[in-house]
Design a protein around this ligand. Structure first.
Ligand SMILES: Nc1ncnc2c1ncn2[C@@H]1O[C@H](COP(=O)(O)OP(=O)(O)OP(=O)(O)O)[C@@H](O)[C@H]1O
Ligand SMILES: [Mg+2]
Length: 496
């Protein structure tokens, strides 16, 4: 199905999120939509899938103008979207979630739905257990479920809004294979991203958005430097590796063991010094998060000790760690870090140490404006956080970290951020290391990020933890092999 967007405009207050966008998207291939954080990608795709109404402009499907009043309307025209934040229902079973939105819902035989789910799964290489609860699925499986559901509802156009955020390298391979199969089957596949590598390996052609406008369009093979210049209006690069001078020991981990029902990590010993950055590498779910959470007092170790600034904090809770200058930045922004429906300003008020019972709104407002300026957040103080673009939510989360911290623990500090924002985030973090002597402990699935910004690296492989490795001189390839299990005593090697 051929899609044409013509002169689309969308405003949010003073923000011109889509500014006269005209694009033609063919069927049978993968069309990339590339752009920096806040460029207007999600807004445009929400318009195409019936979530938003454009202020002006026209959508044409196979040459005929259509007006989409709702997502249900869009799916009737064959247009379906997988959102940046999952929109499924965790307490439901897979098969029930699969049946959501089916028009003849009342008399729908479950057996038919099961058969349909099975046949779609077989065609696209999905592994979905119809009776599992959605809440127990990985993000990758939840995507498979949503793709299957949209296909069953008759989608001819499938929109993927940054679908690789939060899935493992393996799941990404599977997802890309499925997208290629969709395109081969004649569907129109739109792939939204800010990652150049993904455009390069997946998309047949790409349109670049910047500040609400289409600033360029090109086809494979790509000139990556030219794409970067289109995205940001200038060349952008990571620069040299830098390290802050190391000071006293901030964090000591002694013979630590942490476990939950799925995994146990044990025998971890480590000293982290002022100014030091430690990267935790490993496939998602290999134990990195357990260690980070233990170091923040969010989970209680089953063995061993955690010391901060020479004090034994083993068994203490998060508040005690926080009082000692430890901060935790979770990955699930809208589930754990930010509070949906609360505005940016309310977050600033909440994050501030309370100085009395009366909240001074004027001071809070000024403070919020100040953070917005310093952290380059595209948004206003009275906007609810969930209306910020994904990248701006991450900036907001970082803007809430107070100055003078001793130790910052981070899950995926730059997940969802474009290249320029990621570089900027690390500049501010490294400045804390240098000027405030803060130590940083972070996990990431991006090997380049780990190698570029860490001083030392711990590799996790199904609950086993390596000795610290110096980042300097380690290659991406070597790190990839370690993550896959090479050199770990269990001997078993798996492909990362
Ligand atoms: N519901 C809303 N209310 C107010 N402003 C909004 C809303 N949705 C989006 N915006 C603003 O519109 C602009 C474009 O946002 P959009 O989410 O489309 O960007 P994006 O390209 O998807 O960015 P990202 O890569 O960070 O997800 C941003 O400045 C954002 O804050
Ligand atoms: Mg977006």
């Amino acid at each position: 199905m051929k899609i044409e967007l013509r002169h689309i405009h969308k405003h949010f207050g003073p923000v011109h999120a889509n500014d006269d966008i005209t694009l033609t998207i063919p069927s049978g291939s993968i069309f990339g939509l590339l752009g920096e954080n806040g460029a207007g990608k999600s807004t445009l795709m929400k318009i195409l899938s019936g979530y938003f109404h454009p202020d002006a402009g026209e959508i044409r499907v196979n040459g005929s103008p259509v007006v989409l009043h709702s997502p249900a309307d869009a799916i009737r025209f064959g247009i379906g979207m997988l959102h940046q934040d999952p929109m499924d229902f965790p307490p439901m079973r897979v098969i029930d979630n699969f049946m959501v939105g089916y028009p003849e819902g009342l008399t729908l035989p479950r057996a038919a739905a099961r058969a349909a789910l099975e046949s779609i799964s077989a065609r696209f290489g999905f592994t979905l257990d119809p009776d599992a609860f959605v809440g127990s699925l990985t993000v990758g499986e939840r995507q498979q479920l949503e793709i299957a559901r949209l296909l069953w509802l008759g989608a001819q156009v499938l929109i993927f809004d940054e679908p690789t955020t939060g899935i493992s390298a393996q799941q990404k391979e599977k997802l890309f294979a499925a997208l290629r199969r969709l395109a081969e089957a004649g569907k129109t596949v739109i792939f939204v991203t800010h990652k150049l590598e993904e455009v390069q390996i997946l998309c047949d052609q790409v349109a670049v958005l910047r500040a609400g406008k289409v600033v360029g369009q090109t086809r494979a093979p790509y000139d990556l430097d030219a794409l970067v210049r289109m995205m940001f209006g200038k060349a952008v690069s990571k620069g040299q590796r830098t390290s802050a001078p190391l000071g006293d020991v901030v964090l000591q981990i002694k013979r630590l063991a942490v476990e939950d029902i799925r995994l146990r990590i044990a025998g971890v010993n480590l000293e982290v010094r002022e100014g030091e950055v430690i990267g935790l590498a490993g496939m998602e779910g290999s134990g990195q998060r357990h260690l980070l959470r233990a170091c923040a007092g969010l989970v209680r170790p089953v063995e061993g000790e955690i010391w901060v600034d020479g004090e034994n904090l083993t068994g203490k809770g998060y508040h005690e760690f926080m009082r000692r200058g430890v901060a935790y930045v979770p990955a699930a922004r809208l589930e754990e870090g930010l509070v949906p429906t609360l505005t940016l300003m309310e977050h600033v008020i909440l994050a501030d140490e309370q100085r009395g019972l009366v909240i001074d709104r004027q001071t809070a407002l000024e403070k919020t404006r100040d953070r917005i300026a310093t952290f380059n957040i595209r948004g206003r103080p009275n906007l609810p956080v969930e209306s910020l673009s994904g990248g701006n939510q991450q900036r907001a989360l970082l803007a809430l970290l107070r100055p003078g911290l001793r130790l910052i623990l981070m899950e995926h500090p730059t997940r969802g951020l474009d290249m320029e924002s990621a570089i900027w985030v690390w500049e501010t973090l490294k400045r804390r290391c240098r000027e405030e002597r803060t130590a940083i402990f972070f996990m990431s699935s991006d090997l380049e990020e780990i190698l570029h910004y860490s001083d030392r690296i711990l590799v996790f492989f199904s609950g086993q933890v390596s000795e610290p490795i110096p980042a300097e001189g380690t290659t991406t390839e070597q790190l990839g092999q370690l993550i896959g299990g090479r050199g770990f005593p269990s001997g078993k090697e798996v492909q990362p």
